[in-house]
Design a protein around this ligand. Structure first.
Ligand code: GLY
Length: 348
């Protein structure tokens, strides 16, 4: 088992990465008298029993939500908060998020608002959550008009990433999460991008040492970025590469057609094209990235979508400035810039 730390000065918390870590949850449970676990129906079917055994001797209340982005709304939050109040949760109670990005975002948000904030831990079960959403304390839910519009920065007390949980992850979800992995290579660490490209087959066949390495490297990079800029005033924005178009795409397709990771893959590809149209990226590097996306066989087009509808969604993005839409665009190997563009500059 490896241990990394997120060091935010007065707040420090561990990220554990390893295989078969569910047993170590018991240690955490002793830090509170009352726990509520938030999970989803799929995970409850798969892991309900092993978790019950891991929790032996402790009462852990459970809220099981419907899987998928459609649950990430205020109704789910209200249900959870009402339930917690009904069973007598106090400020000393804690939440445990057992799931992917949706579960983690909802549980973190509930932890941040219940009685003005209680402790929580993240046990991410998808690649995407293990490399990105469970780390760094972003919580939130969607509103009809856009993604993660209601939310908080609220750090967990620990993250336990069990690589063994990925064995039951559907292939589609794994490939989705890989988009966020590739993102770290493009925004921050070209050598890591080269590693992913060179180990593509091993990664896709879930070879344990490659998987453990990519999760650790992503968490290291994220820990470094979040330690410098917890509230996304500067550097942390680079983590949004692919997300301006990605979030708009998820939103206009009602969160039904694409997983978040698929939308990020498509968003990254189209933002690379945008960087080329804007003359920001070196041509040779552009070609290298394009070849990589094509080689990965990722669905990367934006076929037939209403450009104006996408632009309308993007113009509501929380990172915009003075009516211009914020993008993180690649310029060179391991290097990106933030650009604010008008609708006319973006229109394809
Ligand atoms: N998922 C982007 C961030 O945590 O900042």
């Amino acid at each position: 088992m490896e241990k990394l730390q997120i060091d935010l000065g007065e707040k420090i918390y561990p990220i554990y990465i390893g295989s078969g870590l569910l047993g170590s949850l018991r240690e955490y449970l002793d830090t509170a008298d009352q726990w509520v676990m938030i999970t989803d129906e799929n995970l409850d079917d798969l892991y309900g029993e092993p978790l019950r055994q891991a929790f032996a001797g402790k009462t852990v209340y459970k809220v099981v939500i419907i899987p998928g982005e459609e649950s990430k709304n205020i109704d789910t939050v209200t249900e959870i908060i009402d339930y917690m109040h009904e069973i007598g949760c106090t400020r000393q109670s804690k939440l445990l998020a057992f799931g992917g990005g949706v579960v983690g975002d909802i549980a973190g948000f509930c932890a941040s608002i219940y009685m003005r904030g209680i402790g929580y831990i993240q046990v991410p079960t998808t690649l995407l959550a293990q490399v990105d959403s469970s780390v760094g304390g972003k919580t939130g839910i969607n509103i009809t008009q856009g993604k993660n519009i209601m939310g908080t920065f609220y750090q967990p007390q620990g993250v336990i990433s069990d690589v063994a949980l990925l064995r039951t992850l559907p292939k589609r979800e794994f490939i989705s999460g890989l988009g966020e992995v590739v993102k770290y290579g493009i925004i921050y660490d070209y050598a890591f991008f080269q590693y992913i490209r060179a180990h593509k087959e091993k990664i896709l066949s879930l070879e344990q040492s490659s998987i453990a390495y990519i999760i650790r490297r992503c968490c290291e990079i994220k820990a470094r970025i979040v330690a410098q800029d917890e509230k996304e005033n500067g550097l942390r924005k680079i983590l949004n590469f692919g997300h301006t178009i990605g979030h708009a795409l998820e939103s206009i397709t009602n969160y039904e057609k694409y997983t978040h990771g698929e939308a990020v893959w498509i968003g990254m590809y189209n933002e690379i094209l945008l960087a080329q149209r804007a003359g920001l990226i070196k041509q040779e590097y552009f070609q290298e990235l394009q070849d990589f996306f094509i080689d990965m066989g990722i669905h990367y087009d934006l076929p037939g979508y209403d450009t104006e509808a996408l632009l309308d969604k993007m113009s509501k993005d929380k990172k915009n400035l003075q009516g211009k839409i914020s993008f993180i665009l690649p310029v060179d190997r391991g290097s990106v810039v933030e650009k604010h563009l008008t609708r006319e500059e973006i229109r394809w």
